[in-house]
Design a protein around this ligand. Structure first.
Ligand code: C2E
Ligand code: CA
Ligand code: CA
Length: 403
């Protein structure tokens, strides 16, 4: 997968491809300059001189695999490669109507490119700001996806990913009950990319599958480490699952293997899935969730209250806990309606034997209200931000505090 989208480095003067050759890749220029030309020596004619963010060679992606011009680097140049296979994979992943429209548009573009010889329509010019914005968003996505693929390859420099653990506390006695594993990515050049940015990109490509395996294994390893250091706490570990992982045949084997390797009792793992995942693929979700349950792991509905018809899920899915979305907690001091909703949900949940967790608790008043309204657990910046492994001892040594 990753080898399909490797970064390509060219020396000054290096020819990337020649007119008439077959090819099935297009390129985006990361840095440097590339000259596109036809003919050789006396007949040589420069067609274009391209720089950062320019796309070229795209005819190869839309079917005509003979290069109609040559490409040479004018200076040391870095490229992102986009293969025909990659484009097909993305088209397959698109919604059917969109896929159809894209195929028609690609076909027409191919015809007009042929008709016009070499003229490459360049989306996004100064006079087309919308196109410019769409192009830079698409390129940013492509860069992140390509860097993610690279980061998932084994590297002697170690992993660029880290799991941070955010504590989840019992509201009635203020003691830690478990942690939520939250992924962090620090790229080799030191830049941090937030999970809110790269998880959706990983989800839209197949990269969430190997990334998901890494998360499962690392979360189990982290829990085993906590067991060794703090055998007196029976902590649980919550980890986030993505919708695309529902289609991963390796998900259950990886989960059970990781639990075995690290001697983790399955009921100490909580798999967080969002409400929207349940609504999106109800049958698939039900199937997979039953399997996860059969392994003995617990299920938690994340971002509860942000989707539709929330309460019906409690009855339809084999759910063990729900995480009340941060938006309710943020409103709880000012809004009587938010208090009533939180109170009603926690009562109903407790009658159904489902535990409740309030997310995003930032103030002592929010914590006190959640506790009074019967919520079982709290998580949020009031207690702790997501913590790196080195910060855990200090946190676990802190005296319990009930708000
Ligand atoms: P989420 O699962 O709802 O995670 C909770 C997010 O809220 C985390 O952001 C956490 O740092 C933040 N948060 C916790 N307490 C507070 C608080 O008191 N106030 C505020 N304002 N925020 C708080 P983060 O780590 O940036 O993660 C964002 C989202 O990225 C997650 O939302 C989850 O959807 C996704 N994500 C993070 N890690 C993973 C992962 O390992 N796997 C998958 N599939 N998704 C992940
Ligand atoms: Ca979560
Ligand atoms: Ca959440």
């Amino acid at each position: 997968m990753s080898s399909e989208r490797l970064r390509r480095l060219l020396a000054a003067g290096e020819v990337l491809f020649r007119e008439g050759e077959r090819g099935d890749e297009a390129y985006v220029i990361e840095s440097g300059r590339v000259e596109i030309y036809t003919g050789e020596s006396t007949t040589r004619r420069v067609v274009a001189c391209l720089g950062r963010d320019d796309l070229f060679g795209e005819m190869a992606l839309v079917g005509d695999q003979r290069r109609s011009a040559s490409a040479v680097a004018l200076e040391p140049t870095a490229l992102i490669t986009v293969t025909h296979g990659y484009l097909e994979e993305r088209l397959q992943a698109a919604e059917p109507l969109l896929r159809h429209l894209l195929r028609v548009a690609i076909g027409r573009s191919r015809d007009s490119l042929r008709g016009a010889g070499l003229a490459t329509p360049r989306a996004g010019t100064e006079s087309d700001p919308d196109g410019l914005e769409a192009r830079s968003a698409a390129l940013q996505r492509l860069r992140i996806e390509q860097a993610l693929a690279g980061a998932l390859e084994p590297s002697p420099a170690g992993s660029e990913f880290e799991l941070q653990l955010q504590p989840i506390l019992r509201l009635h006695d203020g003691r830690p009950a478990g942690f939520e594993a939250l992924i962090r990515w620090q790229r080799a050049d030191g830049t941090r990319v937030s999970p809110g940015e790269f998880i959706p990109i990983a989800e839209q490509s197949a990269l969430i599958v190997p990334l998901g395996h890494w998360i499962i294994r690392s979360a189990c390893a982290a829990l085993a480490g906590l067991d060794r250091a703090y055998p007196e706490h029976e902590l649980f570990m919550s980890l986030n699952l993505s919708i695309r992982q529902f289609g991963d045949p390796q998900l259950l084997p990886v989960l059970s293997e990781a639990m075995q390797t690290h001697a983790i009792a399955p009921q100490r793992l909580r798999l967080e899935i969002t409400e929207s995942m349940l609504a999106h693929d109800t049958e698939g979700a039900l199937h997979l969730l039953r399997h996860c349950k059969s392994l003995g792991a617990k299920l938690s509905v994340d971002d509860f209250g942000t989707g539709y018809s929330s309460l019906s899920y409690l009855q339809r899915f084999p759910v063990d806990s729900i995480k009340l979305d941060r938006s309710f907690i943020a409103e709880i001091e000012a809004s009587v309606a938010a208090q009533k909703i939180v109170g009603a949900v926690s009562r109903l949940a407790s009658e159904l034997g489902v535990e409740t967790i309030a997310e995003g608790i930032e103030t002592p008043a929010q914590a006190a209200l959640c506790r009074e309204l019967g919520v079982d657990y709290g998580q949020g910046f009031l207690y702790a931000r997501p913590l790196a492994a080195a910060e855990l001892p200090d946190f676990l040594a802190r005296p319990a505090q009930v708000f």
